[in-house]
Ligand binder design. Structure first.
Ligand SMILES: [Zn+2]
Length: 253
């Protein structure tokens, strides 16, 4: 369960030993699932963007009536492996969403620029990928705002999407901090092949394809060889099912 890409201890933050994007178990999921389907969400928060105003404060999947799937990536890892991942996505003609960890992005501006140049979304996955669910509001805000600054340095804007670290679902405190930092919608997911546990490419492919439905948002991770190897068969499998990989922005707009 331990990540290979090392998590560094950050002063004042408890990172814990396990650090997938979702430390939460499925049973811990809140019962009020947010959905974009039907655009009926009642939790929309203040936003100056008409498109964002149509979305709830957390999205777990997109519209179910579109043959589209959003592949989303924890953006951190060995630059060599991340490069191989981007190469595989380019070969497959797929546009995805990379949610960057701020410290990683600050050290890898060239890869951040390539993500954008390749037509992917570049989003915010906190500055240190620590356990944001258990942070005080000010620290949670700083984690998001610092990463927003790192993205701005690369992209000229903070990006549209925020995904909390070490939790699949945002708490009210996280949502408030994200909103304050300029992200009215937290980007969750409904398909989790747990590729960060390095189960092997075949397991990642089968878990992804078994769960993917129209509108699905899939949680994947940069920096893992098995994930790189899984990209081509995942894209082929989605194509067979008539599902097109798109960015979060395309799925949710
Ligand atoms: Zn993550």
């Amino acid at each position: 369960m331990h990540r290979r890409d090392a998590l560094r201890t950050v002063a004042g933050l408890s990172l814990g030993a396990v650090a997938g994007c979702d430390a939460a178990q499925p049973s811990a999921a809140p019962t009020t699932a947010s959905t974009v389907a039907g655009r009926t969400a009642s939790t929309t928060e203040n936003s100056s963007s008409p498109a964002a105003a149509a979305l709830p404060d957390e999205v777990r999947h997109g519209p179910r009536d579109r043959p589209q799937v959003a592949l989303t990536f924890h953006g951190q890892g060995d630059p060599r492996i991340v490069t191989a991942l981007l190469d595989a996505l380019t070969r497959g003609g797929a546009h995805v969403t990379v949610l960057a960890v701020g410290t990683w992005l600050a050290a890898n501006h060239d890869l951040g620029r390539r993500v954008l140049a390749d037509g992917h979304d570049l989003g915010n996955h906190t500055q240190h990928h620590a356990d944001i669910k258990n942070m005080k509001p000010e620290l949670a805000y700083a984690e998001i705002a610092d990463c927003a600054q790192a993205i701005h340095a690369v992209a000229g804007s903070p990006g549209r999407w925020f995904r909390p670290s070490q939790t699949q679902y945002a708490t009210a405190t996280i949502k408030a901090a994200a909103r304050r930092a300029g992200y009215p919608t937290c980007l969750s997911y409904d398909v989790d092949p747990r590729d960060f546990t390095d189960p092997g490419a075949a397991a990642i492919v089968s878990a992804t394809l078994a769960a993917a439905r129209p509108g699905s948002i899939v949680s994947l991770h940069c920096g893992h060889e098995g994930t790189v190897a899984a990209i081509a068969p995942i894209l082929a499998g989605l194509h067979e099912r008539g599902l097109r990989p798109v960015t979060a922005s395309e799925l949710l707009t």
